[in-house]
Design a protein around this ligand. Structure first.
Ligand SMILES: Cc1ncc(COP(=O)(O)O)c(C=O)c1O
Length: 440
């Protein structure tokens, strides 16, 4: 590749497609509205710098991994200490138990912890534990909730608008027969959930949820819904799994389970746990966790599981997140920003709804009523979203795009975003909304 290629995003994407499958290393890095990935040279705090030298205020923050900000000094220091120890891989160290002990203190469900590398792996392991513990195979998930791209999660409704339509694979290479194991229910729908429990309760190994459905923007649990799921699972001997890969550390140090006071049997974490280093965990009730090898028969191991660099980064991250008052400040910042953002759209007469909790949020274009469940967001206006994201991008504010259909993906800020960054962002969005209105 030439020097020019290294500074010209369009040329780089063209060249990359000749050698990388689809031109990317993860399908969701192809920004569906820009038609290419954002090519990053470096990150610092709330900013990403493109290979063309341009600075962007980042509202993706590594899909939510970089909650403290990019290149956080304490995290960087911890990683460099790990490098100095010899880049130890596939070995236990005292730091692993130290991190697990901290998680047991912080996360209500966590009596025992097992580390892994990515979210998709720990949600799969959680299902494996639940199937072993119950002797059942079937599992319930909520419409549109994302638990990674391992096999059990690659199913969807044939007709997303019809909650009675059959469950089918959402990916090539996935057996249609696997759909028989999946029960799918709309999020926050008490009647549908209770009906599914009445019908399938004795056959269900697990109920999985994103306790705040951020993967569809931001859909909080309706009052009492998490409590209902908890109670029904207990009555029927079903393992309740909260997938906090995205919601963990976002609104509360202990996650959504601590925020709402509802403790699942198992829980999964990744993303913000190590502020940008690959680390995931499954944790939960002692009796369930001890089913994992080597104490029990449920398989889980891996060369990179709990990589030391990631474990050290996570210890530093949790120390930072444990500063007194941090979540009061974070939640107050969030409330102000989301209110101000909604105000910009309202003043411009752009039909859009901002829903956010803690450091992550969704913007629903063309929707003004509260979004309470996944299907409420199916009419999200992607064309308006495209013009919004492109207008912001041109002015140095980065909103990632995950999809070109259905509900929008999620956006988020970091603890490194300053009042000035929010003010600059709101001013950019004010200009962009004027354009949107003019072109409407
Ligand atoms: C709630 C949730 N679970 C699981 C995953 C999968 O995590 P990973 O991308 O680390 O495999 C994600 C990723 O976005 C997620 O948001």
């Amino acid at each position: 590749m030439s020097e020019t290629t290294l500074t010209q995003p369009d040329q780089l994407f063209a060249d990359a497609q000749a050698v990388l499958a689809g031109g990317v290393s993860a399908s969701m890095r192809l920004h569906p509205y820009l038609g290419r990935p954002l090519y990053v040279d470096r990150g610092e705090g709330p900013y990403l710098y493109g290979i063309d030298g341009k600075r962007y205020i980042d509202f993706n923050m590594a899909n939510g991994a970089a909650l403290l900000g990019h290149d956080h000094p304490a995290v960087k220091r911890a990683v460099l200490e790990g490098v100095a120890r010899g880049i130890i891989t596939a070995a236990e160290t005292p730091f692993h138990a130290r991190l697990a002990a901290r998680m047991v203190e912080i996360i209500p469900a966590a009596e025992r912890v097992r580390f892994s590398s990515v979210g998709s792996e720990v949600t799969l392991v959680a299902l494996r534990i639940a199937r072993h513990a119950t002797g059942r195979t079937t599992y319930l998930k909520f419409d549109g909730h994302f638990h990674g791209l391992s096999e059990p999660w690659l199913y969807r409704r044939a007709d997303p608008r019809d909650a009675s339509s059959p469950v089918v694979p959402s990916s090539g290479g996935v057996p249609a027969s696997g759909a028989d194991d999946v029960v799918m229910v709309p999020w926050n729908d008490v009647a549908a959930f209770d009906a599914a429990i009445t019908r399938h309760g004795e056959a269900l190994a697990a109920v999985f949820c994103e306790p705040i459905h951020y993967n569809a923007g931001c859909i909080p649990p309706a009052p009492g819904f998490l409590e209902l799921v908890r109670a029904r699972c207990r009555e029927r001997g079903i393992i309740f799994v909260m997938d906090e890969v995205l919601s963990g550390f976002r609104t509360h140090l202990g996650g959504v389970q601590a925020q709402y006071g509802v403790t699942p049997d198992l829980t999964t974490h990744a993303k913000a746990l190590a502020n940008g280093l690959p680390l995931a965990s499954v944790s939960g009730r002692e009796d369930l966790m001890l089913a994992l090898a080597p104490t029990g028969p449920v398989a889980h191991s891996g060369t990179y599981s709990g990589h030391l660099l990631s474990v050290l980064a996570a210890l530093a991250t949790l120390e930072e997140l444990s500063h007194p008052g941090l979540y009061d400040r974070l939640n107050a910042t969030a409330e102000t920003f989301y209110r101000d953002l909604q105000g910009v759209f309202d003043r411009a007469g752009i039909p859009a709804r901002v829903q956010g909790m803690g450091a992550r949020f969704g913007i629903y274009f063309g929707i003004t009523d509260p979004v309470r469940t996944w299907s409420d967001a199916l009419d999200h206006d992607h064309e308006r979203n495209r013009r919004f994201a492109a207008g912001c991008f041109a002015r140095g504010v980065y909103f990632h795009g995950y999809t070109r259909q259905g509900p929008p993906g999620h956006a988020g800020f970091s603890l490194a975003h300053s009042d000035e960054d929010f003010a600059e962002t709101l001013s950019v969005i004010e200009t962009v909304t004027k354009e949107l209105r003019r072109d409407a």
